[in-house]
Write a protein that binds this ligand. Structure first.
Ligand SMILES: [Mg+2]
Length: 398
């Protein structure tokens, strides 16, 4: 089998990568909806793929992996890797999880940050109300995640939140940073306390906190939250779109508190997790399959983390329904350091009409049942999806 074409189109807000073959089998690769500009970076890899056997996934990846980088530039490589597995699975007549070593669980736990209402006020009662909605969602989530401090508009809306410069910018992440005021720190703790009162001890609470915090503030927050048994504190120092790891700085924080420290969503490739894992700089890693370099790359990071007593909670909120399918495939195969993956969702709602193959309902009691169809096990219905393509992308399904 040979690759005959590589395409990238916008379906609503989501870029979608499609690889075609001379056997009539195609593969789909998801990209975060936050990267509508990614098509040129995908298509520049086309010449390296044409004529290659897509079922030799690693051999193909060796040709293109050096052209990726930290988020957002790991996305083209990652989407292509996932599309190759989709083809390889379809060609073999097995789900991707079989090719990654087989499933070790029949259902995978997800955590929720996607099904929610946006926050416009940032007082403790607003946080309590926000997690109440997530707690009462019909999906029955057992873990929810909330953005606080620098990972929210709290940094703008709460007066004198920190001593640093306040910069509302076009780009998210690592724009604002600096020392918290005592009032700012106490406000975060009060908001967490209100959320925990609402959630009780039956639903885990994870917090996305930065990036942008200083080491002493990160340690103070970790220690102040110890009584609340938080699932993890995410990206306090670096993360999101920060193009480096900062493992030694994270290690300072991790060593100083029993609250688990988490990072990794922006990191590209296993090599860039090496120091983080080998020095035990965090308790939880959270690579995103659509940024780290794909499904096999994420599996490798999970196994290596497990060898070092480090937990795994993959990122994924913006990956859409194709990303959801990819996360189910790989997370079914991960070792028992797996906590849950961050569930992406379909937006706009018509995305649920153009993807076939999901269980109904998709989430039950906070889990997704692993399905057994070949490849990703979900497909785009060309007839129903075509009306949503832009004029420039009209030929995407031809
Ligand atoms: Mg995050």
């Amino acid at each position: 089998m040979k690759i005959t074409d590589l395409r990238c189109a916008m379906l609503g807000p989501f870029p979608v990568v499609r690889i075609l073959t001379d056997a009539g089998i195609d593969g789909l690769g998801p990209v975060e909806h936050t990267k509508p500009y990614i098509a040129p970076q995908v298509l520049q890899l086309r010449d390296a793929l044409l004529g290659q056997d897509p079922t030799d996934v690693e051999r193909v990846m060796l040709r293109i992996r050096q052209r990726g980088a930290f988020k957002p530039w790991g996305a083209p490589i990652s989407a292509i890797e996932i599309a190759l597995w989709d083809i390889a699975g379809k060609a073999a007549g097995v789900p991707i999880y079989k090719l990654l070593g087989g499933k070790v669980r029949d259902r995978v736990r997800v955590y929720n940050g996607a099904i929610r209402t946006p926050m416009t006020r940032f007082e403790p009662e607003d946080y309590a109300e926000n997690v109440r909605l997530m707690k009462n969602a019909p999906q029955g989530f057992t873990i929810v995640k909330q953005g606080i401090g620098f990972h929210s508009d709290m940094k703008y809306e709460f007066p004198d939140f920190h001593y640093g410069e306040s910069r509302r910018g076009a780009f998210h992440g690592w724009i604002d940073r600096g020392p918290l005021t005592e009032r700012g720190l106490k406000h975060i703790v009060a908001c967490v306390e209100a959320m925990k009162q609402e959630l009780g001890d039956g639903i885990g609470l994870a917090l996305d906190c930065g990036p942008g915090m200083t080491v002493p503030d990160a340690i103070r927050l970790g220690r102040a939250l110890e009584p609340y048994n938080i699932m993890w504190l995410e990206d306090m120092i670096s993360g999101d779109y920060v193009p480096f790891v900062n493992a030694d700085v994270y290690r300072e924080v991790t060593r100083a508190t029993s609250t688990p420290i988490h990072t990794g969503e922006q990191i590209y490739l296993r090599q860039n997790f090496k120091q983080l894992i080998e020095t035990h700089a965090v308790r939880v890693v959270g690579p995103d399959p659509c940024d780290v370099g794909g499904l096999a790359e994420l599996k490798w990071v999970a196994e290596y983390a497990d060898l070092h007593g480090i937990l795994m909670a993959p990122h994924g909120i913006a990956n859409g329904l194709l990303g959801l399918a990819a996360l189910v495939q790989v997370c079914a195969t991960l070792p028992d350091n797996y906590i849950a993956f961050e569930m992406p969702w379909g937006r706009p709602d018509w995305w649920f009409d153009i993807v076939d193959g999901f269980p109904d309902p998709i989430v039950k009691d906070g889990f997704i049942d692993v399905w057994d169809r070949p490849g990703l096990g979900v497909t785009l219905n060309a007839e129903r999806a075509r009306p949503y393509l832009s004029e420039a992308d009209r030929g995407f399904f031809d």
